[in-house]
Design a protein around this ligand. Sequence first.
Ligand code: BGC
Length: 799
Amino acid sequence: MDNRNGVRVVSGREEDSCPGTDRNGLSRRQALGALASAAAAAGIAGAPAAAAPKRPVAPAGPAAKKAFIDDLIARMTVDEKVGQLRLISIGPEMPHAKLVEEVAAGRIAGSFNTVVRRDNRPLQEAAVKRSRLKIPLFFAYDVVHGHRTTFPIPLGLAASFDMTVIERMARVSAIEACNDSVDMTFAPMVDISHDPRWGRTSEGFGEDPYLVSECARASVRGFQGAAPDKPDTIMAAVKHFALYGAVEGGRDYNTVDMSPLRMHQVYLPPYKAAIDAGAGGVMVALNSVNGIPATSNVWLLQDLLRKQWGFKGVTVSDHGAITELTRHGVARDNREAAKLAIKAGIDLSMADQVYLAELPGLIASGEIKMAEIDARVREVLGAKYDMGLFADPFLRMGKQEDDPADVRAEDRLHREPARAIARETIVLLENRNQTLPLKKQGTIALVGPLAESGLDILGSWSAQGVPEQAVTVRAGIEKAIEGKARLVTARGANVLDDKKVVDYLNFLNWDKPEVVQDPRPIETMIEEAVAVAREADVVIAVVGELRGMSHESSSRVSIDMPGSQRRLLQALKETGKPLVVVLMNGRPLAVGWEKDNADALLETWYTGTEGGNAIADVLFGDHNPSAKLPISFPRSVGQIPTYYNALRIGRPYTPGKPGNYTSQYFEEEQGPLYPFGFGLSFSRFSLKDLKLSATRLKRGQTLIAEATLTNEGSYDGANVVQLYIADPYASIARPVKELKGFQKLTLKPGESRVVRFEIGEEQLKFINADLRQVVENGRFDVQLGLDSHDVLVESFELV
Ligand code: BGC
């Protein structure tokens, strides 16, 4: 299973598998040595046992919470305080038995990557029965797009343009995670990305601040429910604060250098949205922000997050990020790193030993004041309080006799929502001559290296998703056509042929090599696929990226279809058979050839446990696709960044007027291959008659924009009407347009419906040069469309 910490997960149990150094270059043995000597120096073992903290049954308001935590802090030793700032992953140097002892010694606040009750129970028992103060532990995990059931990757979820879909995904994921005793998730991941070279583009919700903010809110609602203190809710720690998606060149972990205007206008709103929705935690990014690493960035973590935004929850460093302050070159050594992180406001140190090793000395020397430590400890205890753990440390773990005998049991999955949700995320990009939906008859050829992969269809960060429980595209199609049509298959190509790249992907993060190459020469594989295609009435080719290609530490230098698969597609095209290309990938790909040559083109992202069924539902018309791209697709890597809401410039490219000193690349067509918000349906939809209720709008009032959506085709179907607003003249250069609303409507063939959007100052405000939120009088253009490019336009004046 996905595991970047050297932990092997077998049948739901985590076992040590790989020795050596962790990702900070710190040998885990050294780290434990430091840990042992610090413990000895602290003399924790000899401290007298204290009474168990009083455990209010339910949170009784902020005053009761404060009194409870004050009382606890007053009774804590320095070492116990330091212990409450440490979030530890089980791993080779921290095997389970050792972790239990560390917990009993009061040296750990919470653990991550232990995700089954029978592993977590002894840990919680050590905390609440054996540790001096009996402070409960919490258990965290990356529940990003599912837990036991894997849902589509976040980029796909965003394509649904349906917040009920996202909330449902998060709700079901939370229920499953709770059943495994997880209290907190490191999600949602709301890093806006304009650079598809960045592998973590797959994990976010796309390029647009409005859409990503909506997704952030829906995720928090789903994970936390009404509050994160219920047995079926988990605390959401939004990440990666901040601006991680803007790493230079799309190279993971790289620098971010950005104007304050862009930050506030584009990249920061989604984090703020999650916090406003009540997210209890914030994970701090690995990158620097304008020269100062996020982990030691006082402006970011105090001025912005705490003072300006009023965040009251817990902050968590990313994996090993405190130690990395020395590599950023802002800390001379670990001691200084720990000091900077505390002073900036990092509450929990994830997976490094520096707080443990360095904080006691820094406190003793007076370089860090006790009040500063207490402030950090207060947030951690506050999060535990909010998660309901002081009221009941076993809130989510339940009783031992109820532990599932088989953690991977089929009945622990939620297949129905997984299929329903996955169908909503599939984007129809091309459909020449109504190639889709296919008829369940004749002979269908299924080719391509991803057609039978239960692993790749899960996408990265698939938590406890099990490849063997995933429905592959082949399995989905077989079931759909059973008894009606014949299926012939061939692999046709490997995803990649470059051995170095394959070796890298096999080395990356996973507990065992993931990429299994077909050893046959590509010519032989293509010949076989062509022979199979010749037998068939239609060819379905499932191509794209291995899941590891769209992951942490998986930045690509090219976003093209890998060469082996392009060759396969070209050979299939030459057979003259109708060609349906099913894309499986976690970032925009430069699929110009596929756009021009496929008879039908489907973007399926990584659709998760029920992916194969959902894809078959679309291929055979049991579901009419309605998803839209949440991110622009560039024509080539050279066009990056390509995003729809770019700022106005003095010499914009003007279609039909090539050259002439305008902003463009001269070797390639301008504009995206597919724009933001684009996606077809089996039905034809028209949007007409945009009307505004007024041409002048007074401040404080609203006007209505309305247009008529008609289903002119012959299928029931849904479409997403998108509202964009442009502010053509303002005190600063404004985006050419900005998404300000969307509505998904389902219509019967021939049905028309009027769609209405209310527009007021909320939709017109922006951050000005003084970083103040303002609304300026003047003309605004209202655009309604079924994508960001083709829109109806009407204007009004704000007076
Ligand atoms: C990632 C985080 C993740 C953490 C814990 C880090 O490498 O950047 O997104 O939450 O590991 O698994």
